[in-house]
Design a binder for this molecule. Structure first.
Ligand code: COA
Length: 352
């Protein structure tokens, strides 16, 4: 019997302001000619007034079909039927409440329990894979409760909203040309529902590697604060820092390894995948992965050209664009992949 977590809605949101490479060239020593061939990025959206909550709520409302512009598998989804909101983010508006709780309030997900995830650019995969595992655990709990004629022992989860939202522009050091050209702001969301008669997510894979050399790092802003009883941490650096070439090397191998492991777990091959929605960090990383797997790059969704790297939201945005552009049909297999700070990486395979 097929059963699994099915994506029943998808949405995204980008801030209104678009920043070109030429505009960055007025802030730091860089050019469009340098940026495009090395990254594939032409423009990115940088929030002026939109908060991470504004962007996340807009993406979520589109995924629910409350606002137009998203993708719905069957029909609009009542926010009150969402049992949980998971928000992968590096840039929450507050330490607490969680970003997920702020989005819950905005969208009227009045029955949802909420929490954030800190897993950097793997948020797309960590978020959806965790949602899938929780939905499966809840289904098993309900089944055993029913068999024993008692009530479930855990929260009942049938629908989970995964919404990744980022205002990375606040973490970027705008004097550092090696990083400020790469990132953008935005949000992506999916609603996942447990079904007893459909496959949904076939397999997932997540991994962590120690970042002993600090190749991708950003201290939190509060480590720079002294208290009456303790000094501020002297080496605190609350800006995003990156060793570009080391990250490039990690990214290419982690992405291929993650996709191949998830495909193997799903019992399918790369040729079976109608569309890959990879994390959008650098077009060259995506092209490398396609080549290494012997797959045509046309089957890898590219949104980086107009979004830049939106961390955990990137692959959800890529997936949303593929769905709304009609590139994925009911029954198609898709694969999402991510990698980033932590160091984290992962991939998941699911049937649309
Ligand atoms: N404009 C112009 N020159 C730049 C520049 C910019 N925006 N950024 C760096 N440079 C310069 C460097 O200062 C260096 O100059 P030097 O040789 O005089 O010292 C030169 O370009 C080469 O720098 P390097 O870092 O070796 O470039 P690269 O070819 O590795 O490309 C990245 C840089 C960042 C595009 C690339 O390393 C990359 O994409 N890495 C992965 C990043 C990533 O995926 N991060 C997110 C993970 S989730």
């Amino acid at each position: 019997m097929a059963l699994g977590s099915v994506i029943i809605g998808s949405g995204m949101a980008l801030p209104a302001q678009v920043v070109t490479n030429d505009e960055l060239g007025q802030i730091v020593d860089t050019t469009d000619e340098w940026i495009v061939p090395r990254t594939g990025i032409h423009t990115r959206h940088i929030a002026e007034h939109e908060t991470a909550t504004d962007l996340g709520a807009a993406a979520a409302l589109r995924a629910l079909g409350v606002q137009e512009g998203g993708w719905l598998r069957e029909g609009a989804i009542d926010p009150a039927t969402i049992d949980m909101v998971i928000c992968p983010t590096l840039t929450p508006e507050a330490h607490f409440p969680s970003e997920a709780a702020l989005i819950r309030e905005r969208i009227g997900a009045v029955n949802a329990v909420c929490f954030d995830m800190s897993c950097a650019c793997s948020g797309c995969v960590y978020g959806t894979s965790t949602a899938d595992m929780l939905l499966a655990a809840s289904a098993a709990d309900r089944a055993s409760a029913e068999a024993a004629g008692r009530t479930p022992r855990r929260n009942v989860l049938r629908r989970i909203l995964v919404v990744a939202t980022e205002r990375l522009s606040r973490l970027v050091d705008w004097t550092d040309r090696s990083t400020c050209i790469l990132f953008g702001d935005g949000a992506g969301a999916v609603v996942m529902e447990w079904r007893e008669d459909e496959e949904g997510m076939l397999a997932s894979y997540m991994e962590n590697t120690d970042d002993t050399d600090h190749v991708l790092w950003c201290d939190s802003a509060f480590c720079a604060r002294a208290t009456p009883f303790s000094p501020a941490r002297e080496d605190c650096d609350p800006y995003m820092r990156m060793a570009g070439q080391a990250v490039f090397k990690f990214a290419t191998s982690a992405m291929v390894r993650s996709i191949e492991t998830a495909l193997e777990r799903a019992g399918v091959t790369a040729a079976d995948i109608a569309l890959f929605a990879p994390h959008q960090a650098n077009e060259r990383i995506i092209r490398y992965a396609a080549k290494k797997m012997g797959q045509p790059v046309e089957r890898f969704q590219m949104s980086i050209g107009h979004t830049g790297n939106v961390s955990g939201a990137s692959a959800l945005i890529a997936l949303n664009e593929a769905l709304t552009e009609g590139k994925l049909q009911r029954g198609d297999l898709a694969c999402m992949a991510g990698f980033g700070g932590g160091l984290t990486a992962g991939a998941c395979v699911f049937r649309i």
